[in-house]
Design a protein around this ligand. Structure first.
Ligand code: AMP
Ligand code: MG
Length: 700
């Protein structure tokens, strides 16, 4: 786990005018890896970038989080430059000096060539900066590098000697223009130093043990990975910052800490140089994308039994969300991403389970009289008391046992006479006390990876001293209704039209499962419109749940589109109610195409989508929790399909809805769960046990 909650990577630009409105290459791009996902943003000016960067940092600080912010320009100059300019080798004194010299407007207008000219004038001969457009060049700032002489500065920093492709910091114009980016960028970062003070450090000049750490990065370190991972429509600059942010986020925190301390503390260093393999491994810590063929038809079977379909989903789907670190108080219903360990025993010290009087050792039959010491032990205090043998101390529930006490007699069993007590034995040695760690020992696993945290878990984690937990980012599930006949709530319905019942039902089921339910609205039976909506959805959510249009008919566009995308499979599952499930991948995101019929849509969601989504969210696969209840009904069932009946328990028996018609939404609302009848033939008679699964047994 990274010791940083947010990892930011910025690709800077030295442009003197705002970059185009339309996101473009060679402009400013910022990637923020946070809460398991990485979001890239485009910025037209350095001013705009800094506003967004400060917003990120302020948000992080307000949540007690740490931020690592990388920038792709040199943080320092070859050794000797800072001394020549400022009389000191301190690179951060040079930062402060540059910040005074540089003017950089909200519209990107800036004086970098003038500053470079002034700096050059401090050297003998012609100073080290060069690469000024010919029209602006003069004797102090030449257009060509070859015109420089006698300034005495090395051409490259040590790190740039190691990486020949890195541009030297003296070059102000054309390819990379990294020299200009450094002059302008250092001034901007110095403003962050002024703003955040001791909360911010600059690697490797300062120890990286602050809430905010700035570091120099070089996205081309992972050029091959960027090429492999760049999306079809993704601008390269965006892919570069995204991939590097992901790679840094995937590094073990102790390794990242060590890397931030590496390098030359006067010239600066590029974070991660020489550790490309580890960075690449960091990339792989992100959940792998699902394979395009993960929904390939279960082989060789015409009708897939429910259990076979479930076991296929279980083996083919894995977590699709990253991880984040959050406070225990915010962790209800979140999925544990890494076993949680008790940092403190519970109870931490031996203590008393009752109000009473404490002393050493048990007592046999008969009357006992013990003198009282004057102190009293209450919960939360630990006075330094030693209770002498043969004496007792007043002690209240939860108080730690003082030295000399291992047994407590209940106050109700005692008569107190001033400064002594009497009571009858026998009383066992250790009675009415709790041992340190008898509940949980330090180092015990208190919640396993994949567990969805309950209110009781929050109590346990808090009791054992855990304040932050690494959890999965919440799964975002988009819900889309399809069909020409559908009308949204609130609109007037024409003849032949029906209100969209599935969407509110599915959105609330998703929310109950603990995921983020994203309303994707409804779309007509129109292939182009559906395709466009799926495109938008795929960019926003982790998984798409559609209802309607999932069969093989003329108007079944969900299955048709997924089919065209080449990743679709119509799973014919032996289940009633429920027609085929259309499963497929759309732009890398899984699509679950449910039947339109609300009863079938709900049953298929509970039976298939709920466990599949739990697993995609990083949770453990869960089998619905049901129990056997005597039936209040009679039913004959043919072999071949597993059946789910809308049901509820009354007077200790399970009754089923009068009609099995799968269009009857009223039956869903009447029911409090489902009766599950096995695949084979069956004759249920009143009183026979049948399996009842309450809604809560499906986790909703
Ligand atoms: P389909 O799967 O599209 O053939 O739809 C099957 C049945 O479910 C049809 O009677 C549809 O009108 C109905 N249906 C589809 N979507 C919804 C919805 N969102 N709400 C209510 N009924 C629906
Ligand atoms: Mg339809």
């Amino acid at each position: 786990m990274s010791g940083f909650d947010r990892i930011i990577v910025v690709d800077w630009s030295a442009s003197k005018v705002p970059s185009p409105k339309k996101p473009s290459p060679d402009a400013i791009w910022m990637a923020v890896h946070y809460a398991g996902t990485t979001v890239c943003t485009y910025h037209r000016t350095r001013h705009d970038l800094i506003i967004e960067l400060c917003a990120q940092i302020d948000d992080a600080l307000s949540k007690g989080e740490r931020v690592l912010a990388g920038s792709d320009f040199p943080f320092g100059y070859p050794l000797g430059f800072a001394r020549a300019v400022n009389g000191s080798d301190d690179p951060l004194a040079l930062w402060a000096d540059l910040a005074v010299r540089i003017q950089d407007g909200a519209d990107n207008a800036n004086n970098r060539f003038d500053v470079a000219r002034d700096l050059n004038a401090m050297f003998l001969g012609v100073g080290p900066f060069w690469g000024c457009p010919a029209a602006l060049a003069d004797a102090d700032l030449p257009a060509k590098g070859s015109a420089r002489h006698g300034h005495g500065m090395p051409e490259r920093r040590k790190i740039e000697v190691m990486i020949p492709s890195a541009q030297p910091c003296w070059k102000l114009y054309t390819t990379g223009s990294v020299g200009s980016q450094a002059l302008l960028g250092i001034a901007r970062l110095q403003a962050l130093r002024d703003r955040y003070g001791a909360a911010l450090s600059v690697s490797p000049f300062q120890a990286p043990d602050t809430s905010i750490v700035l570091a120099e990065v070089y996205p081309s370190l992972l050029a091959d990975d960027v090429a492999a991972l760049q999306g079809a429509d993704e601008i390269k600059d965006s892919a570069q910052v995204r991939v590097l942010a992901d790679a840094l986020a995937g590094l073990p925190s102790d390794l990242l800490d060590a890397l931030l301390c590496e390098g030359d503390t006067q010239e600066g260093w590029i974070l991660g140089v020489g550790h490309e393999t580890a960075l690449r491994a960091g990339l792989n810590n992100q959940p792998p994308p699902l394979k395009n063929d993960c929904f390939a038809l279960p082989s060789g079977i015409d009708w897939t039994p429910v259990d076979a379909a479930l076991s296929d989903l279980r083996t083919r789907l894995g977590p699709v969300v990253g991880t984040q670190s959050i406070a225990v108080a915010d962790a209800l219903d979140r999925i544990v991403a890494q076993d949680i360990i008790a940092v403190r025993a519970h109870p931490p010290l031996p203590n008393t389970a009752v109000d009473g009087y404490g002393f050493a050792g048990g007592r046999g039959d008969g009357l006992h009289r013990l003198a009282l010491v004057p102190e009293q032990m209450t919960a939360g205090t630990r006075p330094d008391v030693q209770v002498p043998a043969g004496q007792a101390i007043r002690i209240l529930t939860g108080a730690a046992l003082p030295d000399g006490v291992n047994t407590v007699v209940l106050q109700e069993d005692v008569k107190r006479n001033g400064d002594s007590i009497v009571f009858y034995g026998p009383l066992k040695d250790g009675a009415n006390t709790r041992k340190a760690g008898e509940d949980v020992k330090t180092g015990d696993v208190v919640a396993q990876e994949g567990r969805r945290l309950t209110p009781a878990d929050l109590a346990l984690l808090s009791a054992v001293g855990v304040s932050k937990v690494k959890v999965r980012a919440r799964l975002r599930v988009g819900v889309l209704s399809t069909g020409d006949e559908l009308v949204a709530a609130g609109a007037s319905a024409g003849p032949g039209q029906i209100y969209d019942a599935n969407r509110p039902m599915l959105l609330s089921l998703i929310a109950r499962m603990g995921h983020v339910a994203v309303d994707l609205g409804q779309v007509r039976d129109d292939r182009a419109a559906l395709s466009a909506r799926l495109d938008d959805a795929a960019a926003d959510v982790d998984v798409i749940l559609t209802s309607g249009g999932a069969s093989a008919g003329d108007e079944d566009h969900v299955s048709a589109l997924l089919n065209e995308a080449g990743s679709m499979a119509l799973w014919r599952i032996a289940i009633k109610p429920g027609r085929p499930l259309a499963l497929g991948m759309w732009r890398g995101k899984p699509v679950f195409g449910l039947p339109g019929n609300p009863v079938a849509a709900m049953v298929c969601t509970l039976v298939f989508a709920a466990p599949a989504f739990a697993q995609m969210a990083g949770g453990t696969w869960r089998t619905p929790m049901g129990f056997d209840v005597p039936s209040a009904f009679e039913k004959r069932k043919k072999p071949g399909r597993r059946e789910y009946l809308r049901a509820r328990i009354r007077d200790g028996r399970v009754e089923v809805f009068a009609s099995e018609g799968s269009g009857r939404i009223s039956g869903l609302s009447w029911a409090e769960g489902l009766v599950e009848l096995p695949d084979g033939a069956l004759h249920v008679k009143p009183g026979d046990p049948v399996r009842f699964i309450p809604w809560s047994g499906f986790g909703v």
